[in-house]
Design a protein around this ligand. Structure first.
Ligand code: BES
Ligand code: MN
Ligand code: ZN
Length: 501
């Protein structure tokens, strides 16, 4: 779908459908007023009859309004004007997009970016409008023999803005929105693919493909023999129980001078997590195909950065493996030696994410990154703690945590900080090795982060536990593409803060 920005009044737009807001208590948005006055009160008359009163979630489709060039006008309920916050705005956009998809128009013209959202400027609204529209229209039907494509799909989407002078900034916001939506879509597609297709080598091939598409991304894939030489005993112990070879995927995005230290994004790429010998219960085990969503978000964020040509250096590292029960698999009580030299007693083979991440975090030291962010569907405990609205955030560097929290707020892809106090480290004590890989039931998301903290002492590091945010359950089950918007916003913010004053 192609997005464009255009200024001008709503009744003058020649389109299959123009979208305008109606606030609660039947108040017209500015764009609705233009149509209303051109048509000598057509909309006011309708509102009086009570067909729509402006509640969020309502829509009303009108045809051939006098003195209006659009074939149709879609009225969308926008709630109370004073109480229009982020969540309502996104709900309004989603409702409108679903209504547009239902009527099968191929082009549309929306004035929803002109709504007043508390504390948000035009750039924010344009960007979120683009992202939410793409998110709503997303379908994963590549593995269905009969595709559920609508008869005619929306191909051209124009965003109407009132102020001609704001067109340049709106255009930049639109481009950022499209790049983020492309990154989110890539992450969703990878996440939604089943474990028998999306294997570690498939992920590696996708990385190579990304490197072909963007010349700024150089891809290297480390094989098991390379990891052996590096001493990655922890990572390799997880993949030993699987017939698929592990891959350590390295993607280097270079678009700043060599002297600028890179930002490293490390994503857990467990293409299927059965738990290993500490096998998971059968119910919902299919969801563990999503255990590579951290890795997928690294693909997505790099794609967005490359599309936007951000003046940064970024390293994406995705350790990819399966975790299955097998004669060669890790057994509870096994002790392995990580690349850092620290030994680990594996008390639960289902705590495998930290085992593949720790060696990758050690490896990443050689790039001397200015900041390292790991992203992982690491613990069920994080879902218990925070539910599905916020990703869990931990770290050893306050400025980095602060930047990530702010990026998440702006992107509406929020994170919430949890404590990483040393007091919790005791739970990882082992009588037989330097540490255990699990710390018991209490504070499970925290002890998982504490484990990673033992491998990141030399780094400015943050950890995002996305177990609750990376996919939706229920009837709209599927990958969300989170936290690509948060990560991309963080990268955008870094460009701004690096720019010479
Ligand atoms: N991939 C899972 C975490 C997970 C569980 C994500 C449920 C989303 C939903 C991870 O590898 C895992 O199994 N973690 C264990 C850790 C435990 C053994 C300490 C968990 O959360 O149960
Ligand atoms: Mn597991
Ligand atoms: Zn896992």
């Amino acid at each position: 779908m192609e997005f464009t920005i255009k200024s001008g009044e709503a009744h003058r737009q020649r389109t299959a459908c123009v979208v305008v807001g109606i606030h609660e208590a039947r108040r017209l948005s500015e764009a609705a007023q233009h149509i209303d006055s051109a048509s000598k009160g057509y909309i006011t008359e309708l509102l009086k009859r009570g067909d729509i009163n402006g509640k969020v979630g309502q829509t009303l489709l009108l045809h051939n309004i006098p003195q209006t060039l659009a074939e149709r006008v879609l009225l969308v309920g926008c709630g109370r004007e004073r109480e229009l916050h982020d969540a309502q705005f996104l709900k309004i956009v989603t409702t409108a997009t679903k209504a547009l998809a239902d009527i099968c128009v191929t082009d549309a013209f929306s004035y929803l970016a002109e709504l007043h959202v508390t504390g948000r400027d035009l750039s924010w609204r344009v960007r979120q409008l683009v992202e939410a529209t793409r998110d709503t229209l997303y379908r994963f039907d590549q593995l269905k023999s009969k595709k559920d494509v609508p008869r005619r799909a929306l191909r051209k989407f124009t965003l109407g803005i009132a102020d001609r002078k704001a067109a340049a900034s709106a255009h930049a916001a639109m481009q950022a929105g499209v790049a983020i939506a492309n990154g989110v879509e890539l992450a969703k597609n990878l996440g939604n693919l089943p474990g028998n297709i999306c294997t570690p080598s498939y992920l590696a091939e996708q990385a190579v493909a990304l490197g072909k598409e963007f010349k700024s991304i150089k891809v290297t894939v480390l094989e098991e023999r390379d990891m052996q030489k590096l001493g990655m005993g922890s990572l390799l112990s997880v993949s030993r129980g699987s017939r698929e070879d592990a891959k350590l995927i390295l993607m280097e995005y270079k678009n700043a001078p060599k002297t600028v230290k890179p930002i490293a994004l490390v994503g857990k790429g467990l293409t299927f997590d059965a738990g290993g010998i500490s096998i998971k219960p059968a119910a919902d085990m299919d969801l563990m195909k999503y255990d590579m969503c951290g890795g997928a978000s690294v693909f997505g964020a790099l794609r967005a950065a490359a599309e936007l040509k951000l003046p940064l250096n970024i390293i994406g590292a995705v350790p990819a493996s399966e975790n299955l029960p097998d004669g060669a698999a890790n057994k509870p009580g096994d002790i392995v030696t990580s690349m850092s030299g620290q030994t680990i007693e594996i008390l639960n083979t289902d705590a495998e994410g930290r085992l593949i991440l720790c060696d990758t975090l050690t490896y990443i030291e050689r790039y001397e990154p200015s900041a390292v962010i790991d992203i992982a569907t690491l613990t069920g405990a994080c879902v218990v703690a925070l539910g599905r609205h916020a990703s869990g955030l931990f770290g050893n560097h306050h400025p980095l945590i602060h930047d990530l929290l702010n990026a998440g707020k702006y992107a509406y892809d929020r994170a919430w900080e949890l404590p990483l106090w040393d007091d919790y480290q005791d739970q990882l004590k082992s009588n037989f090795a330097d540490m255990a890989n699990v710390g018991g039931r209490d504070g499970g998301a925290i002890t998982a982060a504490c484990f990673l903290a033992r491998y990141t002492k030399k780094l400015n590091w943050a950890h995002l536990d996305i177990a609750g945010t990376a996919w939706r359950t229920g009837s709209d089950k599927g990958a969300t593409g989170r936290p690509v918007p948060l990560l991309t916003q963080y990268l955008l913010d870094q460009c701004a803060s690096q720019a010479p004053a």
